[in-house]
Design a protein around this ligand. Structure first.
Ligand code: ADP
Ligand code: MG
Length: 258
């Protein structure tokens, strides 16, 4: 759907959750409402946003498993701000064999209009959860570390996007590659970014890249948005404000009738 982004990569630890939370933080700072959908069974995004998985109110597992189609009771307000809502994850999510990859899409369609963007934080795999996310999304955003190991597996992500585009979601687009943990000066990183530009178009590689900064770790531990750190996070805040503007740009472009 038009305002929905899936943030993905099959590798763990590349920064999917960091990007999801950084974008949510930037959106809230700009006064925009967003919904964070936590599709990772580890529930990191839910935890950082102050929303514990709760069987009584329901989780995204109820949506994927077909026990609940209504999101109204399941979506919770984040502890950060009124502008960020959360569709929380559940620990058993990976065991759930989602019978239909369209359930999440159908459920999100009922609430999408309330938000400027819906950000789906994907698990580190390319299984049925990632498929559900891509089926629901208009835009795929791939988080990549510009290293030799970081680039391995990009082909698998691109293949899954193609496959979902072909079989379930003709509106899906690989809208951006976000570079994370980029060292200030590195010939190696530059070479890898050039290599990436041969696989996807150079315009698909979003700038600015996200630098390696300990404040990202700290923010997770404190369960706080990076925008709350002020001058201690000046560069990360500038970077995520710019990435959020890119997100708004692709959403607006995607909504324009051809
Ligand atoms: N640019 C960065 N600088 C420093 N630490 C980072 C950066 N990006 C991510 N991290 C840290 O790396 C760990 C893994 O990141 P995370 O976003 O959880 O990855 P993923 O969701 O892809 O598994 C977290 O502890 C996070 O704080
Ligand atoms: Mg994660």
């Amino acid at each position: 759907m038009l305002r929905t982004l899936a943030i993905l990569n099959q590798k763990g630890g590349v920064g999917k959750t960091t990007v999801t939370l950084g974008l949510a933080s930037a959106a809230a700072a700009a006064g925009r409402r967003v919904l964070v959908v936590d599709l990772d069974p580890q529930a990191s995004a839910s935890w950082v946003l102050g929303v514990e998985s709760d069987a009584t109110t329901g989780t995204v597992a109820d949506v994927l498993g077909g026990t609940s189609r209504r999101l109204d009771g399941i979506i919770r307000a984040s502890a950060w701000t009124d502008s960020i809502d959360v569709l929380p994850s559940a620990p058993g999510l990976q065991q759930l064999d989602s019978g239909s990859s369209k359930r999440l899409r159908k459920a999100l369609a009922t609430v999408e209009k309330r938000y400027e963007a819906v950000l789906i934080d994907c698990p580190p795999s390319l299984g049925s959860l990632a498929r559900s996310a891509l089926t629901a999304a208009r835009h795929a955003l791939v988080v990549v570390e510009p290293s030799a190991l970081g680039l391995r597996g990009i082909g698998g992500v691109a293949d899954l996007i193609d496959d979902v585009w072909d079989s379930a979601n003709p509106d899906l687009e690989l809208s951006g590659i976000v570079l994370n943990r980029v060292p200030a000066v590195s010939r190696e990183a530059e070479r890898r970014i050039d290599e990436l530009a041969r696989i996807v178009s150079r315009q698909a590689i979003w700038r600015p890249e996200i630098p390696q900064r300990v404040i990202f770790n700290e923010a997770v531990g404190d369960r706080r948005p990076i925008h709350s750190y002020g001058s201690r996070a000046t560069e990360p805040i500038i970077v995520f404000d710019a990435l959020w503007r890119r997100v708004r740009g692709v959403i607006r472009a995607g909504q324009r009738p051809d």
